[in-house]
Ligand binder design. Structure first.
Ligand code: ZN
Length: 370
């Protein structure tokens, strides 16, 4: 920390590390990507390059304290590695950017109740705990939002100011970027594009809703539809794969393989997933008039043009003429590191904005529990 930095200020009874000064913004930041299976940390340069990476398994079954401990351990290990390998750079660390599963409250840095971090991971003050342990200000944001910022700064949306990001993997996440900034809403929960309803009486969604895009077009949804086809005896090829890999091993990748092998039931499941995705893209183009829809995630990546082409055709055919002419649907350019790389953009945008140090703006008063 620089000697001339301001004294820590009191915020809601909590002594917080001082904000980075304007000169610090754009320097090296520490990044943390908290996922259900891995906790990853690194130092990220202003150009998005990663140094001093460190990774741990996420101890989900050991409870929230163990998960918080792993986050702190990964960050400390990354910082120590940087101090060893590039001591001149380590002194310039200005802040920490954190990507974590939603829903979360970015104003308070609190992870609310993510579905995949265990039943007791509720209302966890991740930002506060990291700030206290590392002595640097921490900015916490939903992982998909951080990925969208990374694509905007270094990836497929580099030339865009208004774009949407969709990630199609086990789940289906989204983010909205307008004028280069995330659309958050007063509670920070905006952008959950995977939970747009596409079928009123469709299958149940992991969020408790029904017929959402995620319930039809995500990896989990495809696997569930395949299991049902096996149980109903509708698909010899899926039955064969289930016998070989177990019903639990019948994931989206294997369903896609069965489609390639010509299995009609697998083809119907994958076609329905692509159709639902395409229909949502039409709605998104009409509603947001985006320059780009950037599509990431392992399922979309594995499908490639097979996934994107029907969405482009649907937009060209069914969306309003003017936004349809503008919008391009493109694959994400950044891979697995997107949650780490985006931390530098998150810190750059938030460290310069005092609202993020003082908590939720008054016009966005927290909803009372009463
Ligand atoms: Zn849902």
């Amino acid at each position: 920390m620089k000697a001339e930095a301001a004294a820590p200020r009191e915020t809601a009874g909590l002594r917080r590390p001082p904000s980075p000064g304007a000169g610090d913004v754009g320097r090296l930041v520490l990044a943390l990507d908290l996922g259900a299976s891995r906790v990853r940390a690194a130092a990220v340069a202003a150009d998005g390059s990663l140094l001093a990476r460190h990774q741990l398994a996420t101890p989900v079954t050991e409870g929230p304290e163990a998960v918080l401990g792993a986050c702190v351990e990964a960050l400390r290990a990354a910082r120590e590695e940087l101090e060893r390998s590039a001591p001149a750079l380590a002194g310039g660390l200005a802040a920490i950017g954190v990507a974590a599963p939603g829903p979360l409250d970015p104003w308070r840095g609190v992870v609310v109740d993510p579905p995949n971090l265990g039943p007791t991971f509720r209302e966890i003050p991740l930002g506060e705990r990291i700030e206290a342990a590392l002595g640097l200000p921490a900015y916490v944001e939903r992982d998909t939002n951080v990925a969208a910022l990374a694509e905007g700064a270094f990836g497929a949306a580099r030339a865009a100011r208004d774009y949407l990001y969709l990630t199609v993997s086990t789940g289906l996440g989204g983010a909205i970027v307008s004028e280069g900034h995330l659309v958050l809403g007063p509670d920070g929960t905006a952008g959950e594009l995977g939970h747009l309803p596409v079928e009123l009486d469709g299958p149940p969604c992991g969020c408790g809703g029904r017929g959402h895009l995620e319930a039809i077009a995500s990896g989990v949804a495809v696997a569930r539809a395949a299991r049902r086809a096996v149980e109903r005896g509708e698909s010899p090829e899926l039955e064969r794969l289930a016998a070989e890999h177990g019903l639990g091993g019948l994931d989206a990748r294997r369903v896609a393989e069965a489609e390639t092998a010509g299995d009609p039931a697998a083809t119907a499941i994958m076609a329905r997933a692509r159709h639902a995705f395409a229909a949502v893209c039409v709605g998104l183009v009409d509603v947001f008039n985006p320059e780009l829809i950037v599509v990431g995630g392992s399922l979309a990546r594995a499908q490639g043009e097979r996934w994107l082409a029907p969405a482009r055709e649907s937009v060209a055919r069914h969306a309003f003429r003017i936004p349809a002419r503008r919008a391009r649907i493109v694959p994400a350019a950044l891979g697995d590191d997107v949650g780490l790389v985006g931390a530098t953009v998150l810190v750059r945008q938030r460290a310069a904005d005092d609202r993020w140090r003082g908590g939720r703006p008054p016009i966005h008063a927290a909803i009372s529990a009463a």
